[in-house]
Design a protein around this ligand. Structure first.
Ligand SMILES: [Zn+2]
Length: 394
C-alpha cells in the first residue's frame, strides 16, 4: 500500500483513537490505504497552513475533518467583506475579526479533536524558522511573492516539504517542493517577477470557487505525504484551467545551480524578501507620488463651485458599471488613441480605483503636452469613503 516513506512514523501504541474518533473516521478506517495505522499517523501529524485566505480555508477545513492532529495557522489579517466570496472558513458575522480567531472556531467546530496552534503575526525572516520548525508539512496558502520565497527558503533550510498552490482569475497551479527529493520553488522561478508585472487577485480578480479546487489539491497532497501513499506532486507542476476545465502537468527538474537547494548554495540563511522582490508597495507609491495630485475633497469643492475641470475615469467599463461618480469614462488602454478628443488647454482630474492607473494616465497626458492634469488621490475608493458613501466600494 505504501509507495513511499511516510513523513510521520507509525505511532503504534503512542497514539490511540477514542471510540468517538473511530466512529468519526470510519470511512478512512475501512480503506486499507489509511486504516487504523494511517489514521494514527494523521493524528500524530503537525501541519502548518501559511495564510487562512482563499487556499488556507479549504485546506484547514479538510485537514481538520480528515483528522490531522495539529494544525497551525499563521495570519495577521482581519476578515474583510471582500474575502467572503472565496474564503469559506470565515462567515459574514466574522467581518472585522482577526482571521485566526474565526478560523480557530470553525476548525474546532468541525473537529474538536484537532489541536489548533494560532500564530497571529506576519511570517517574517525573523520568526519563520522558529515557527516552521515545529511542523511536519508546510502548506503555502500565501498570495504574495516575498512570503512565497520566504516559505520556500525556510522549508529548504529546515528540510521540510512545502505544499505549494497559487491562483489567479480562472487558473491555478500546485506542486510539492521538497528539496530532499526534488526541486524547490526557486528551481522553478529563480527570480521574482518585476514588481507590478504580475497582478495580484486584489488587482486582477479571482473566481471564488478556484481556491477550493487548488486548496483541496494541496490538502490531498498533504495527507498523501503524511500517510506515504500514492505519487506526490514532487517534481511536477500541476496546472488547472477552470474555463477549459482541464489539467496539464509540467515536469520540473532540480536546478543544480539553484541558489538555495543547488550544489553550491549562495543563500544559506533567510534574507530580506521585500527587498529581493523589489518592494512592490513602495514602488507603486513612488509612481503615484511623481505626478501632481488633487484630493477628493479638493475635487469635490471645485466641482461644487462649478470650476472648469474635466474629470476623467480611466477604469474599465465593467468597473464603471459597478460604481461610478457620473463622469466621463475613458479606459487607460484607449487613452493613447483618443487623445484627439481632449483639449490640451483645459484642466483635467483623472481618477481610477485607487490612484495607480490614473497616475499612469496623468504621465501619459503630460508626455503628450497636457499641462494642467491632476491625479485624484485614492481614486473612487477615496471618493466613496470621504465624499459619498452611497458609491459602492469594490
Ligand atoms: Zn531549488
Amino acid at each position: 500500500m505504501q509507495t513511499r516513506q511516510p513523513l510521520v512514523a507509525s505511532p503504534n501504541g503512542a497514539i490511540e483513537l477514542s471510540n468517538e474518533e473511530i466512529a468519526r473516521y470510519s470511512r478512512h478506517l475501512i480503506m486499507p490505504e489509511v486504516a487504523l495505522d494511517g489514521q494514527k499517523k494523521l493524528k500524530a501529524a503537525k501541519v502548518l497552513t501559511v495564510g487562512t485566505g482563499g487556499l488556507g480555508s479549504p485546506l484547514a477545513l479538510y485537514l481538520a475533518a480528515a483528522g490531522v492532529g495539529t494544525i497551525g495557522i499563521v495570519d495577521f489579517d482581519v476578515v474583510d467583506e471582500s474575502n467572503l466570496q472565496r474564503q469559506i472558513i470565515h462567515g459574514t458575522s466574522d467581518v472585522g475579526r482577526p482571521k485566526v480567531e474565526s478560523a480557530y472556531e470553525k476548525i474546532k467546530d468541525i473537529n474538536p479533536n484537532v489541536e489548533v496552534r494560532v500564530h497571529e503575526e506576519a511570517l517574517t525572516s525573523e520568526n519563520a524558522l522558529e515557527i516552521l520548525d515545529d511542523y511536519d508539512v508546510i502548506v503555502d496558502g500565501t498570495d504574495n511573492f516575498p512570503t512565497r520565497y520566504l516559505v520556500n527558503d525556510a522549508c529548504v533550510l529546515l528540510n521540510k516539504p512545502n505544499v505549494y498552490g497559487s491562483i489567479f482569475r480562472f487558473e491555478g497551479q500546485a506542486s510539492v517542493f521538497y528539496a530532499e527529493e526534488g526541486p524547490c520553488y526557486r528551481c522553478l522561478y529563480p527570480e521574482p517577477p518585476p514588481p507590478g508585472l504580475v497582478p495580484s487577485c486584489a488587482e486582477g480578480g479571482v473566481l471564488g470557487i478556484l481556491p477550493g479546487a487548488i486548496g483541496t489539491i494541496q490538502a490531498t497532497e498533504t495527507a498523501k505525504l503524511i500517510l506515504g501513499i500514492g505519487e506526490p506532486l514532487i517534481g511536477r507542476l500541476l496546472l488547472y484551467d477552470a474555463l477549459g476545465m482541464s489539467f496539464r502537468e509540467m515536469k520540473l527538474r532540480k536546478d543544480p545551480n539553484c541558489p538555495i537547494c543547488g550544489e553550491n548554495p549562495t543563500v544559506t540563511e533567510l534574507i530580506d524578501y521585500q527587498e529581493f522582490c523589489g518592494i512592490p508597495q513602495a514602488n507603486a507609491a513612488e509612481e503615484e507620488n511623481g505626478v501632481p495630485e488633487i484630493t477628493v475633497e479638493e475635487l469635490k469643492q471645485k466641482m461644487d463651485r462649478g470650476e472648469d475641470i474635466n474629470v476623467l475615469d480611466v477604469r474599465e467599463p465593467h468597473e464603471y458599471e459597478v460604481a461610478n461618480i457620473g463622469v466621463r469614462l475613458l479606459p487607460l488602454g484607449e487613452l493613447p488613441q483618443r487623445l484627439a478628443e481632449l483639449d490640451r488647454d483645459e484642466n483635467f482630474a483623472i481618477h481610477c480605483k485607487t490612484g495607480a492607473r490614473s497616475a499612469r494616465a496623468v504621465r501619459l497626458l503630460q508626455d503628450a503636452g497636457f499641462e494642467k492634469v491632476y491625479n485624484v488621490k485614492g481614486g473612487i475608493t477615496a471618493w466613496s469613503e470621504e465624499i459619498d458613501p452611497s458609491v459602492p466600494k469594490y
